[in-house]
Design a protein around this ligand. Structure first.
Ligand code: UD1
Length: 360
């Protein structure tokens, strides 16, 4: 069996780390195609090195740009790659422009598509990720839904007849696999002068927060207020760095400890030792839960509703600095209910085997 995997953005490298390992273990040939959507060393190659992901067979070097231009350039180059390698499957992850570009190209070439993280929905079509998810699920031949909620979403959209496997969450596999290594090797606490369970780990990169000045001010103003009493460390995504700079806000939040984007092991360590995680990322919400750290999601919706139901996560839309700060500070010391919604850490093996069986 030959699988052509499309990755492009940071969270996809993490997910591919688990599935690539499982594919190799069962003797599958994987053509790993990196679209180049993320390209800085600390957003891309650092993850390949740290997580021992095989070097991409092909890097398309697409880079940034507006949605249409970026997706179009990806599709043009991916079409050549799929034609050249003629795989049994095109495997795509999550909800980025790289995901949708891979899915659309494969659909037009009649190559079966398998989608990891199928069925997630925020029900907000203004999010580019929601459009990418819906399109990808609707052209896929095999859907890997991480949870029962995701399966229900697929059924409600009329996709109940498409082969669907509840795989669990591949990010959980990766978190378990690297837990001991992060404990042993990460020096992030010392580097940023942080004490365990006495700081907030924050990440902000979603367009709805970075591209709207009121939201940007509410989120960063809130984090800056929190940091008066509880240290806040914030690895800065390039999109957010650019939004702060463009709006003249790059020096406006002096209490926050800004860092460059961090590697996976340092993030794992900070997620474990943080008192609270505050984020607008989908992956980081789950990663906080894997470390039993409570999370505040700085958005109006989340796709990972199990985290809300179990009390590990709460939504705090970017309404005002005061409300954002209060939500974060009042989450310190809270916990949620025990929960097994994301599987048992063998999602990647389930996915690799299902690809093999469905092909046969
Ligand atoms: C993308 C995904 C988002 C995902 C996120 C993970 C889409 C629509 N969005 O958002 O779903 O949560 O990745 O991080 O696909 N940039 C750099 N260096 C890099 C990468 C990006 O400078 O290594 C710049 C780009 O040039 C661009 C901006 O950051 O100006 C945003 O990058 P882009 O890939 O468009 O989307 P993300 O915000 O990273």
């Amino acid at each position: 069996m030959k699988v052509l995997t499309v990755v492009g953005a940071r969270p996809q490298f993490v997910k591919a780390a688990a599935v690539s390992r499982a594919l190799v273990a069962q003797g599958t040939t994987e053509i790993l195609v990196h679209t180049g959507q993320h390209y800085d060393d600390n957003m891309s190659e650092a993850f390949f090195r740290e997580l021992n992901i095989p070097a991409p067979t092909l890097n398309l070097g697409i880079g940034g740009g507006n949605h249409g231009a970026q997706t179009g350039r990806m599709m043009q180059a991916l079409e050549d790659a799929v034609l050249q390698h003629n795989p049994d499957w095109v495997l795509v992850y999550g909800d980025t422009n790289s995901t949708m570009a891979g899915a659309l190209v494969a659909a037009k070439l009649h190559t079966p598509i398998a989608h990891v993280e199928a069925g997630l929905r925020s029900f907000d079509r203004k999010m580019p990720e929601e459009v990418n998810r819906v399109v990808t699920d609707h052209v896929s031949s095999l859907l890997f839904a991480p949870t029962q909620v995701a399966v229900n979403n697929l059924k409600n959209e009329g996709l109940g007849n498409v082969p669907t496997v509840i795989s669990g969450d591949v990010m959980y596999d990766v978190a378990l696999h690297y837990a001991a290594q992060a404990d042993e090797t990460s020096r992030a606490l010392q580097t940023y002068n942080l004490n365990t369970k006495n700081f907030v780990l924050a990440t902000v990169h979603r367009a709805e927060n970075t591209d709207n000045l009121e939201n940007l001010n509410a989120v960063f103003g809130g984090l800056n207020q929190v940091a008066q009493s509880l240290p806040v460390v914030l690895p800065l995504h390039p999109r957010t760095a650019s939004a702060l700079k463009t709006n003249g806000l790059d020096k406006a939040f002096p209490n926050i400890t800004f860092t460059e984007p961090l590697g996976y092991l340092d993030m794992l360590s900070l997620l474990k030792h943080a008192a609270v995680v505050a984020t607008d990322s989908g992956g980081v919400q789950k990663e906080a839960f894997f470390q039993s750290t409570p999370c505040v999601t700085l958005r109006t919706t989340t796709e990972w509703t199990e985290l809300l139901d179990s009390g590990w996560n709460r939504l705090q839309p970017p309404t005002s600095p005061q409300e954002v700060a209060l939500a974060i500070l009042s989450t310190k010391g809270t916990t949620g209910q025990p929960m097994q919604a994301y599987g048992t850490g063998n999602a990647a093996t389930i996915i690799a085997q299902a690809l093999n069986e469905a092909k046969a």
